[in-house]
Design a protein around this ligand. Structure first.
Ligand code: FMN
Length: 224
């Protein structure tokens, strides 16, 4: 049974997801179909930017070792265009090491307010130094210092050690320019598969999967 003893109005039975008021918006069933999944993604992202309480660009990034052992974590999507999906990170982090050894990766977005999800799969390419420099320069000064101070994914002996590293880097750069560290850059995930998922009543969700097909995309529907 759902909390409070009621039943779930959309599934007709007790359901775990009825924990609060239903604020999610179901997409109109008749919204026009698309043959360009990246344009559709951009449109959904623009909607999510208006409805999510924060970080509509937060996405779960999955990587794997060459042996196929996966790991996943959240990152922020910092760019999307027909070439792919861009995120930034420490190249010496766990994800950086896995991507250096195995370039295949996947992204999974979920926008609760829209009841939509997008899954992206493909191989990553490093962004150019110019692209990384431009994005790095746009970051807050504190974040630029943080990129120098954090040995992302490596053991930290104490919180004090991190604060000390931040203080040292702050002193080192003073009021001057802060160049992008060589160990900090971005990846572009070049998609060969994009799934656009929409919640539908009775869990009969819509799944539209786009497979890369030459210069275009081939659409396939999947059972939910
Ligand atoms: C909402 C959110 C956004 C994040 N964005 C980034 C990001 O853009 N880049 C990044 O390196 N880490 C980001 N992180 C931190 C990562 O989830 C993770 O802790 C870190 O990158 C180390 O992961 P790894 O050890 O698997 O490499 C974010 C975390 C959250 C919760």
């Amino acid at each position: 049974m759902a909390p409070g003893g009621g039943t779930c109005p959309c599934h007709g039975q007790g359901a775990w997801h009825l924990s609060g008021p239903r604020t999610r918006r179901r997409a109109a069933l008749d919204s026009p179909p698309t043959d360009d999944p990246i344009a559709q993604f951009e449109s959904w992202m623009a909607e999510a930017a208006k409805t999510e309480i924060n970080d509509p660009n937060a996405v779960c990034l999955a990587t794997a070792t060459p042996e196929g052992r996966p790991s996943a974590r959240m990152v922020l999507l910092k760019g999307v265009d027909p070439g792919g999906f861009v995120f930034y990170t420490n190249l010496e982090s766990r994800k950086g090491g896995e991507l250096a050894a195995n370039r295949f990766a996947a992204l999974c977005f979920h926008w609760k307010t829209l009841q939509r999800s997008v899954r992206v799969e493909g191989a990553v390419q490093p962004v150019s130094a110019e692209e990384a420099d431009a994005y790095y320069a746009s970051r807050a000064r504190g974040s630029r210092i943080g990129a120098w101070a954090s040995k992302q994914s490596r053991p930290l002996e104490s919180r004090f050690a991190l604060e000390k590293a931040v203080a040292e880097q702050t002193l080192r750069f003073g009021l001057g320019e802060i160049p992008r560290p060589a160990h900090w850059s971005g990846f572009r995930l070049v998609p060969d598969r994009i799934e656009l998922w929409r919640d539908m009543p009775f869990r009969l969700h819509e799944r539209r999967v786009f497979h890369r097909d030459g210069a275009g995309w081939r659409l396939e529907m999947l059972y939910p």
